[in-house]
Design a protein. Structure first.
Length: 153
């Protein structure tokens, strides 16, 4: 199984959360190859300075090319709240799964509608860096549920 996480985020120096992300990547290896892709451009930076609408449009343009093929899930506070078993079902029997984490202004409705499902980790606002960690833990938990690993218990 291949799992890709696309996040609107600047590539940069080593971050506080990087060791946790790597920890969960390693834990997932028996069942899936998980990769995190940070997407950021000058266009996104300019759009974020202009307006939320311009920023959302720039995020969509940057991420749309990754949508074709595989199963696509957008993370958004306005999405459906699901428990860990339902999250595991998102991964079950799939060869390729992609998750999308937006920038500071979230996603355009049109981008979210192109995905298979929009999922929420709750109504609170989390930084995209922290969401990456939470998502990685839920991916490992979901894979553990699917493969009857004791982690979830």
């Amino acid at each position: 199984m291949k799992i890709d996480i696309y996040v609107i985020d600047k590539k940069g120096k080593k971050e506080l959360y990087d060791p946790l992300i790597e920890h969960y990547r390693k834990l997932c290896r028996p069942w899936a190859k998980v990769e995190v892709h940070e997407i950021f451009s000058k266009e996104i930076a300019r759009a974020q300075e202009q307006s939320p609408v311009a920023a959302q449009a720039a995020y969509s343009r940057a991420l749309e090319r990754y949508l074709p093929g595989g199963s696509n899930f957008v993370l958004d506070p306005e999405g459906e709240s699901i428990d860990s078993h339902a999250f595991a079902d998102l991964l079950k029997d799939r060869a390729s799964v992609r998750f999308y984490i937006g920038g500071a202004f979230g996603f355009e409705k049109g981008f979210s509608k192109q995905s298979d499902k929009t999922v929420s980790f709750g109504r609170i606002t989390l930084s995209h860096k922290l969401v990456k960690v939470v998502l990685m833990e839920q991916i490992f938990r979901g894979l553990s549920i699917i493969h009857n690993h004791p982690y979830h218990k």
